[in-house]
Every structure is written in structure tokens, then in C-alpha cells.
Design a protein. Structure first.
Length: 342
């Protein structure tokens, strides 16, 4: 490694991650790119996380321990404050990073100095390290070149929801510390990361590498997995609504973009109705079911595979709820969610 290789600070916020942090640490310390510092910022864990981290004898590691739990966003903010070097990556304590990930991200940022950050795609794994899927960027973005700008990414988000993978990001440390400064969890809850990425994009372009350089863990015990069984409106919409309320942002969008957003809202309603039924709340499920046979829903079903799936699920829910077949519907939906990892 050249002595001119820029220093990368890899921050790993942790909380009760004793079962996964060792694998994450091994993958980070095993990077082919060696000019790194590893800041583990522990959020007052009550399990053996700290002991596992301390078992790694590597001078590049510094362990920071919060005296009280600062919350997820608060711990991310401390990572930003502690970051040093030219680039900062905030990786997660339950994911696994391919050996070339840091080298690939640094190479991209060095070749594209106008980019404030770079994302990657990811393979999905479960709590047993078994593959269960992948997260890819939309094909039109991948075909559009190495740099992506606010309007095109926002339009893609309105069509596909959030595909920007939080624990894949490497950014200029100056962007984190001077432009972002903090996660706004008090405004956007579990989707505060999307707000960060949109703020980065308003500053300038970012890269999205068209390759899965990491394995992103989804487990039943994971906090983010619990968010997916919520019956409340997804925090994602709080973020998007915030930006759509800005006149300059709204002017970038077409009627088609707004229709895509309405389709995401319809999908969210159907999934919330599913979650309500799974939690034995059929009355709430009924209230959440949108107008299944609206012209907009039928048009979406005709145009996209996802639209057809949302329509079919909505029809099924309506039928089961009208027939009061709650138990049968619940059992069948549990089976569907299990086999589709939704």
C-alpha cells in the first residue's frame, strides 16, 4: 500500500452485537486496503460486545464506550464526531464486508473527486449467514454512468422506494462533519439515513457501484426487521414528504413521478393491512385496505409486476376480511412472508 494512500476511518456503531461483531470485525480487518483506522463506538451494550471487540489485538482499532445509551441516531452522530482521515465509512456490526470493498470505494472516490460519497449493492443473508436475496440499484441508474445526481435518484426512489444501503456508504469525512453533521432521527425515525443521503445529493453527486461488495444481514431479531411488521405509516414517507414540501424539489418532478409515489403509498397501506391482520387486528386491516379496484390501482397492475402483486394481495385481503376468514388468512400470510422474506 502506497504511503500516499488516503486514510479511511471505518466506524462501527455497536449495541448488543456479541453474536455478529466478530465476523464483522474480521471482514473489516481483512480488507486488502490497509490504511484504515477502525473506531468501534459502543452504545452501552449489556452483553459481551465489548469483550469480543477487545479480543482483537490490532493497533488500528480504537474502542469508544458510551456511558449511557444515546439511541441509534445518537451513536451515528458520535461516529461522525470521532471520524478522522480523508474518508469515513459507517459500517454495521452485523454485516460482512468483502475484502476488496474499501479499496474499491476509495478508488472510485479518488477517480471522481466531485462525488461526496459512494454506495454499493449488497447480497442479503439471514441470521445463519444463508443467502436470502439481494439489493440492487434500479437498472436505469446503473446504465446511466458512474455519477448520480439528486433529481434522478429522487425520481428512482419515488418509483422503487429506498435502495440506498446505509451500511455500504463511504463518504468524504468533510461531508459528514461539515455538511451532514447529524442524523435527524427526531424528524425521520428509522428512515433518518435516507434523509442523510438526500442531503448529500443536494450537495453534489454520489456514486453507486453496480456490484455487491458486502453481505447485509436481515434477521428476525434485528431492529430493522421489526420495523417491517409495523402497522403505522412507514417512516420513509416522512422523509419524502419533507422533500416534496420544498418548492424547488417539487418543481423537478412530473405527474408520472407523483403517480409512482402514490403507488408506493398504496403498497405501504396493503402491507400495513397485512401486518394488522397478522397481529389479530382485523378491524384495523379493513380500515387500511385502500380502494382495491381504483383506476390507479388497476393501471399499476397492468403496467408493473409489483402493481399486480399489490392488487392481488389487496383483493385477497378484502375477500378474506369480508368472509371473516381471519385465521385462515393469517396462516396463509405468515407462510407467504416466510417464503418471500418480507
Amino acid at each position: 500500500m502506497s504511503s500516499l494512500a488516503p486514510l479511511v476511518c471505518i466506524c462501527i456503531p455497536t449495541y448488543n452485537a456479541e453474536k455478529t461483531i466478530a465476523a464483522t470485525m474480521r471482514s473489516v480487518l481483512g480488507q486488502t486496503y490497509q490504511n484504515i483506522l477502525v473506531h468501534v463506538v459502543d452504545n452501552n451494550s449489556s452483553d459481551g460486545t465489548v469483550a469480543v471487540v477487545e479480543s482483537f489485538a490490532d493497533e488500528r482499532i480504537t474502542l469508544f464506550r458510551n456511558s449511557v445509551n444515546a439511541g441509534a441516531e445518537g451513536n451515528f452522530n458520535r461516529c461522525i464526531a470521532l471520524a478522522t482521515g480523508k474518508y469515513t465509512a459507517i459500517y454495521h456490526a452485523d454485516d460482512i464486508y468483502g475484502p476488496e470493498m474499501v479499496a474499491t470505494q476509495v478508488a472510485f472516490l479518488e477517480q471522481h473527486p466531485q462525488a461526496g460519497a459512494v454506495f454499493t449493492e449488497a447480497l442479503l443473508i439471514d441470521e445463519h449467514d444463508l443467502p436470502i436475496g439481494e439489493i440492487r440499484q434500479p437498472k436505469n441508474l446503473a446504465a446511466g454512468g458512474p455519477l448520480h445526481y439528486f433529481p434522478e435518484v429522487l425520481k428512482a426512489i419515488l418509483e422503487h422506494s429506498n435502495f440506498l444501503i446505509c451500511p455500504s456508504v463511504m463518504a468524504l469525512t468533510s461531508v459528514y462533519q461539515e455538511d451532514i453533521k447529524s442524523w435527524r432521527g427526531e424528524l425521520f425515525g428509522s428512515s433518518a439515513d435516507l434523509d442523510v443521503w438526500l442531503r448529500m445529493l443536494q450537495r453534489g453527486p454520489v456514486g453507486i457501484l453496480p456490484q455487491a461488495t458486502m453481505r447485509y444481514r436481515i434477521s428476525r431479531s434485528q431492529w430493522s426487521a421489526n420495523v417491517r411488521v409495523d402497522t403505522g405509516r412507514a417512516a420513509f414517507f416522512r422523509v419524502v414528504d419533507h422533500y416534496l414540501a420544498q418548492t424547488d424539489v417539487r418543481s423537478l418532478l412530473t405527474a408520472h413521478d407523483l403517480m409512482n409515489y402514490q403507488r408506493l403509498e398504496r403498497r405501504d397501506q396493503v402491507m400495513r393491512a397485512v401486518n394488522a391482520l397478522l397481529q389479530d387486528q382485523p378491524e384495523q386491516a379493513v380500515a387500511l385496505c385502500p380502494d382495491t379496484f381504483s383506476m390507479s390501482a388497476l393501471k399499476a397492475a397492468w403496467q408493473t409486476r409489483r402493481g399486480m402483486a399489490v392488487l392481488a394481495l389487496g383483493v385477497y385481503l378484502k375477500m378474506m376480511l369480508s368472509l371473516r376468514c381471519h385465521r385462515f388468512a393469517k396462516a396463509s400470510l405468515i407462510h407467504i412472508k416466510r417464503i418471500t422474506n418480507k
